[in-house]
Design a protein around this ligand. Structure first.
Ligand code: ARG
Length: 286
């Protein structure tokens, strides 16, 4: 008798995953459109449909509410079409919001708008001294902050993070312009200290960063190019439920194999701006 691949898979013990309710900040894409190009996904020649973007975004919003998340909203501002990508609005741990300072002039007014929201909602605001695009480039895994650089956030912002939060910061260099923010190339699936688990796209990192990732996270999920090409990695996990791009089929399969519950959402309209699930989501940690 032979043991098939399926049998072997059925025998593997799936790790227990635990959902922890999240608090997140989002921004309804009422003014979403693509009128400038600051990443390879954006093409101002292609038409965008704002009401479709809103409808798709609403699906993500409702998914989070159904998962029991606390979802806070910041008012969208006319003339700031990328404000929907709330992840870039700052980075929040221990009730301290490190403000964003955007790379491109087109988005620079978003920084103060988000900082005002943080201050109005009881967060201590740390004014940024370096160019940085918030949780787009900074991800908390256990007690470590993984910090991206190469396209947007300056490496000096990593030093600021270490000083502000008193945590270890691991700098990772991104090399593929299509994956210009860390959260387009790497996702935190379980950030619980002691059971850290991530997924990532190896080709998005330089050799030194890749060696670091391999050493720190030997059991990481490696996402394929097709799934990365629909910004599949740009996903948000509560430790068990992982909200992903509905088109990321193999990532979906891998997540199930690892004991997660992937939930697909179609944000194809927002993909025209170069963002997906995670970009629309900023985690608030009191
Ligand atoms: N158009 C936006 C930009 O290029 C997209 C931001 C996506 N956000 C993210 N967290 N990856 O800045």
């Amino acid at each position: 008798m032979s043991i098939t691949h399926e049998d072997a898979e059925a025998c593997t013990v799936r790790p227990d995953r635990t959902a922890t309710s999240r608090s997140v900040l989002m921004c309804r894409p009422e003014h979403f459109t693509v009128v400038y190009r600051i990443n390879p996904w954006m093409d101002p020649q292609l038409p965008t449909d704002t009401s479709r973007a809103v409808a798709q975004w609403e699906q993500l919003y409702r998914t989070y509410l159904d998962l029991g998340f606390d979802v806070q909203l910041i008012d969208p501002i006319e003339g700031l079409p990328d404000m929907v990508y709330a992840a870039n609005g700052g980075f929040v741990i221990d009730n301290i919001a490190y403000g964003a300072s955007f790379t491109f002039p087109e988005r620079q007014s978003e920084g103060p708008a988000y900082m005002r929201w943080f201050a109005d909602n009881g967060y201590e605001v740390a004014q940024p001294e370096s160019v940085n695009e918030g949780e787009g480039d900074f991800l908390l895994v256990g007690d470590t902050i993984l910090a991206g650089t190469g396209f947007r956030s300056a490496s000096t912002s990593h030093t600021e993070l270490a000083r502000i939060y008193g945590r270890d910061v691991v700098s990772l260099t991104l090399v593929d312009p299509s994956f210009y923010h860390l959260d387009t190339a790497l996702a935190v699936l379980d950030g619980t200290p002691g059971q850290e688990h991530i997924s990532y796209l190896p080709s998005a990192f330089d050799d030194a960063s890749l060696a670091l990732l391999r050493e720190r996270y030997p059991d990481a999920i490696i996402v394929n190019d097709d799934d990365a090409a629909v910004l599949g990695l740009n996903s948000f996990s509560d430790g068990y439920n992982v909200v992903i791009a509905s088109r990321a089929a193999d990532y979906d399969r891998q997540l199930r194999e690892h004991g997660y519950n992937p939930i697909g959402v179609d944000l194809s309209e927002l993909l025209l701006g170069g963002g997906g699930v995670k970009c629309c989501t900023l985690e608030l940690r009191r």
